[in-house]
Write a protein that binds this ligand. Structure first.
Ligand code: AMP
Ligand code: FE
Ligand code: FE
Ligand code: ZN
Length: 289
């Protein structure tokens, strides 16, 4: 600890979204909400972009909080959607930027295709979705959900995801995403710390253990074990892998504002794990009060 000039500022929530992706609040509002729920160490992890860092970092430092820059990178293993949390990477890294640009670009065409599919059966068009996005936010199904709500077709985001937006309904379209091995390498090579988000959200949703071991060999730093969507069985398996390989374990809320029931600090990351994360990341500095 001799080289560390900071001290732990308190409860750490390392996975929150703003309206730079599919959260409903601005980065500064996310920080204010997190603070109100008792969070004192926070990472903003918008999908496939890092544009909220300055606003969130300023708001955090102003409140005496530690800010850890992050992102949730979209990836795909076979049919599984895999989310790779990257922390403390260099946002100017060309390879990583090219990949996030490609993902975000493809997400737009994909969302348009989903809306076209839905539009055959419901009164919904692309303008409805644009009306629900701020800036040039990373477009996702949550924005389509908001448009369905605005049109009075469903009650809320959850109802949209359980119904029309669920792949079984036939309107779903996939978007481009790199495989997890590529995603982990990109984050790591940009000086970042790669952590798999909500790795065990359901039966058959966990990547096979041999593939996970490949990710670890490629630089994967750990797993988000404490997350409301992880299953108990899955967490047991992950804890074994973590202790075998001495990995980082995080716990976080995955707060999205009013669009999801997740609340800041409903899961937190220990001080020891925050220190390990900070020690491992070298692409961007965290911000301390
Ligand atoms: P997409 O990446 O466009 O396929 O959309 C998936 C995103 O929708 C994830 O980031 C989730 O946070 C969000 N999401 C998934 N299920 C729900 C839900 N039931 N209510 C609100 N948001 C959800
Ligand atoms: Fe999301
Ligand atoms: Fe996610
Ligand atoms: Zn998330």
């Amino acid at each position: 600890m001799a080289t560390s000039s900071h001290r732990f500022t308190g409860p750490a929530d390392l996975h929150l979204h703003s309206n730079h992706s599919d959260g409903t609040e601005s980065p500064a509002e996310v920080v204010a909400q997190a603070h109100a729920y008792g969070v004192r160490t926070l990472a903003l992890t918008d999908h496939d972009r890092s544009t909220g860092w300055v606003e969130a970092g300023d708001a955090a430092v102003e409140r005496g909080m530690t800010f850890i820059p992050g992102m949730e990178l979209s990836a795909k293993h076979e049919w599984r959607s895999v989310h790779v949390l990257g922390y403390l990477f260099d946002p100017t890294n060309e390879a990583l930027k090219a990949e996030t640009d490609r993902i975000r670009g493809d997400r737009i065409g994909r969302a348009e295709r989903i809306v076209r599919n839905i539009g055959k059966d419901y009164d919904l068009n692309w303008e409805d979705v644009l009306a629900q996005t701020t800036l040039d936010a990373t477009v996702g199904r949550p924005h389509i959900a908001d448009a369905l709500v605005a049109r009075g077709i469903v009650r809320d985001r959850t109802a949209a995801f359980d119904g029309i937006l669920h792949p079984r309904e036939g309107y779903y379209e996939p978007h481009y995403a790199p495989d997890p091995l590529t995603a982990v390498r990109l984050v790591t090579e940009a000086g970042g710390v790669a952590i798999i988000a909500h790795p065990v959200t359901g039966r058959d949703r966990m990547m096979p253990v041999p593939y996970i071991e490949q990710l670890i060999a490629a630089g994967l730093a750990g797993f988000e074990i404490d997350h409301r969507e992880n299953t108990e069985d899955g967490k047991r398996i992950l804890r074994q892998i973590v202790s075998q390989h001495d990995l980082i374990v995080t716990g976080s809320s995955d707060y999205h504002g009013s669009g999801k029931p997740n609340r800041p600090a409903e899961n937190t990351t220990s001080e020891a794990m925050v220190e390990r994360l900070l020690a491992r990341g070298s692409g961007t500095a965290p911000r301390h009060p």
